[in-house]
Design a protein around this ligand. Structure first.
Ligand SMILES: Nc1ncnc2c1ncn2[C@@H]1O[C@H](COP(=O)(O)OP(=O)(O)OP(=O)(O)O)[C@@H](O)[C@H]1O
Ligand SMILES: [Mg+2]
Length: 269
């Protein structure tokens, strides 16, 4: 349904998005006229979004504005009512093996770490590549160790999740998502359940991922991170993308009353 649609303008006036998609590569994430309801609640309203390869998009907005739902539709944890979503040019499959493959391409890290409590850290990271990608055990193990090294917790590999701090567990969750070699990483408030002293160790991993060119969509209230690592800010309210601009512009000169109000609240504490 979406594959014949020519890329039209993006929401807002993001120059980077326009140039990055001008070549032959499809946008990494493309959403066209996406609508979704939960019963009578119109939770996503006519969402148009193109995220070029390598872009880091920060999603902001008040509670209930649809940020998590937006993320969840991109790997089809939530189905949509109408519109079209494609990842790297491939329309989202509705079910079966194709959907499993798509989910593997889109890594997701949530506020709650969702690790398997009865499996070691190493097993948590090895499991999906072996099951979904059919990677052999030895190969899965060495890749998992490499990733644990990279997020700074290789020395915890044989422990169980409950033996790790929140920040360490969230870094395992990131390593686990990366183990599938995803094309896109979605983060939904990855640091909001963490004690303050653990926030930076997780954000540092995310900053390094961003620097390496990972395409990322990040729902976060960490404004320092948004300014430092974000290429673009989407501000959502009532299921719509109300502002779509670069972080500096958003934080210094928000246009809408909703955004001004939101920034006033979060920057004042
Ligand atoms: N499974 C569901 N069934 C019914 N309503 C839902 C469901 N999931 C979310 N909602 C509602 O949809 C709206 C958008 O929710 P969503 O979780 O996307 O918001 P959010 O912007 O992520 O909010 P928060 O900042 O609190 O995480 C809210 O009003 C929420 O109550
Ligand atoms: Mg949410």
């Amino acid at each position: 349904m979406s594959d014949a649609a020519a890329p039209t303008g993006t929401t807002g006036d993001d120059p980077k998005s326009a140039t990055a998609t001008a070549g032959s590569a499809p946008p990494m994430i493309s959403m066209r006229a996406v609508d979704k309801h939960f019963g009578k609640l119109h939770v996503l309203r006519d969402i148009d979004l193109e995220v070029p390869r390598g872009q880091v998009v920060i999603v902001l907005g008040p509670s209930g504005s649809g940020k998590s739902t937006l993320c969840r539709t991109i790997n089809r944890l939530e189905p949509i009512d109408s519109g079209a979503i494609a990842v790297d040019g491939v329309p989202l499959p509705s079910e079966g093996k194709a959907l499993a493959a798509l989910r593997a391409d889109v890594g997701m890290v949530f506020q709650s770490f969702n690790l398997f409590a009865h499996k070691t850290i190493l097993d948590n990271v090895m499991l999906a590549p072996m099951k979904v990608r059919r990677v052999r055990k030895e190969q899965a193990r060495s890749r998992a160790m490499e990733l644990l090294e990279r997020v700074g917790i290789a020395d915890q590999a044989d422990k169980y999740p409950a033996q790790l701090s929140g920040g360490q567990q969230q870094r395992v969750a990131i390593a686990r998502a990366l183990a599938m070699n995803p094309k896109v990483m979605l983060f939904d408030e990855p640091t909001s359940a963490l004690d303050p002293e653990m926030v930076n160790e997780v954000l540092d991993v995310m900053v390094s991922l961003a620097k390496e060119g990972m395409t990322m969509l990040v729902v976060t209230h960490e404004m320092g991170f948004a300014r430092r690592a974000g290429d673009r800010v989407l501000f959502m309210a009532d299921g719509s993308i109300v502002e779509d601009t670069d972080p500096e512009t958003f934080f210094t000169t928000p246009k809408s009353e909703r955004a001004k109000d939101f920034l006033g609240k979060i920057l004042s504490h």
